[in-house]
Write a protein that binds this ligand. Structure first.
Ligand code: ZN
Ligand code: ZN
Length: 242
């Protein structure tokens, strides 16, 4: 009789489960068929700046109305999922549900979109939580994503490069203008980490892109610290219903 490989034994003891519904799946880190179908993966033409899906196809860089009206501070950005249905569910599970296991597959989905935009010598930097919120939640979901994404892409990771100077109240329900005012001067590159950023292209990583106010503040902080350029990668992009 052959001894089954360790992996096979582990598989029998701990079979792979769908990330969302917990049903059995064939591959690791997978989603079952029905959950996969309800997950709004982004593909095809997207806004070159914020990664929101656009209608049509084009060889040239295209931009959504929001980015045309108010161009973000970063140069290019991509998202893995639209923030709705299972896209929203996965973000909330990662953020509030202690589901660290989501970071790995999420990084694969994010990498698919962002890989063509990689710059030489790029360094991944997560959006930080304020230490008070970090203490309460015990982990920073953006740092889990940026760690997994930097490994997937084979780029450097500077998890503590950015810091939040003040605690900000939740941005939920605030207007775009209120978000920008709340966030200006809240983020900065830690003086001790400027050397990790200066002269290099930075990839800022976050879980959700809503108005882009947080990512703009982070971009400005990185540019102020001497970053040569900033791109952004998020797990999910909030998109207005067409
Ligand atoms: Zn499922
Ligand atoms: Zn856009």
């Amino acid at each position: 009789m052959f001894m089954p490989a360790l992996q096979t034994v582990l598989k029998l003891v701990y079979p792979s489960r769908c990330l969302i519904c917990g049903g059995l799946v064939e591959t690791d880190f997978g989603l079952c068929g029905p959950c996969w179908r309800d997950t709004p993966f982004i593909s095809g033409l997207v806004c070159d700046c914020c990664g929101v899906p656009l209608i049509g196809d084009s060889e040239d860089a295209e931009f959504c109305d929001d980015c045309l009206t108010t161009p973000p501070a970063w140069s290019q950005g991509r998202a893995g999922l639209v923030y709705k249905d299972n896209g929203r569910k996965l973000v909330l599970m990662l953020k509030h549900g202690d589901r660290h296991d989501i970071a790995l597959p999420a990084a694969v989905w994010m990498a698919r979109q962002i890989r063509p935009l990689l710059r030489e010598n790029m360094v991944a930097v997560p959006i930080p939580l304020h230490f008070r919120r970090h203490f309460k939640r015990r982990y920073n979901q953006s740092a889990l994503l940026s760690r997994a994404l930097s490994r997937e892409l084979g780029i450097d990771h500077a998890p503590d490069a950015l810091e939040r100077l003040r605690h900000t109240a939740s941005l939920e329900g605030k207007t775009r203008e209120q978000r920008y005012t709340t966030l200006s001067d809240v983020l900065r590159v830690r003086p001790s980490r400027v050397a990790a950023i200066a002269g290099r292209p930075v990839l800022i990583v976050d879980d959700v892109l809503t108005s882009g106010a947080t990512l703009c503040a982070a971009t400005e902080a990185c540019l102020a610290a001497g970053a040569s350029e900033v791109c952004v990668s998020v797990l999910a992009r909030v998109a207005k219903e067409a």
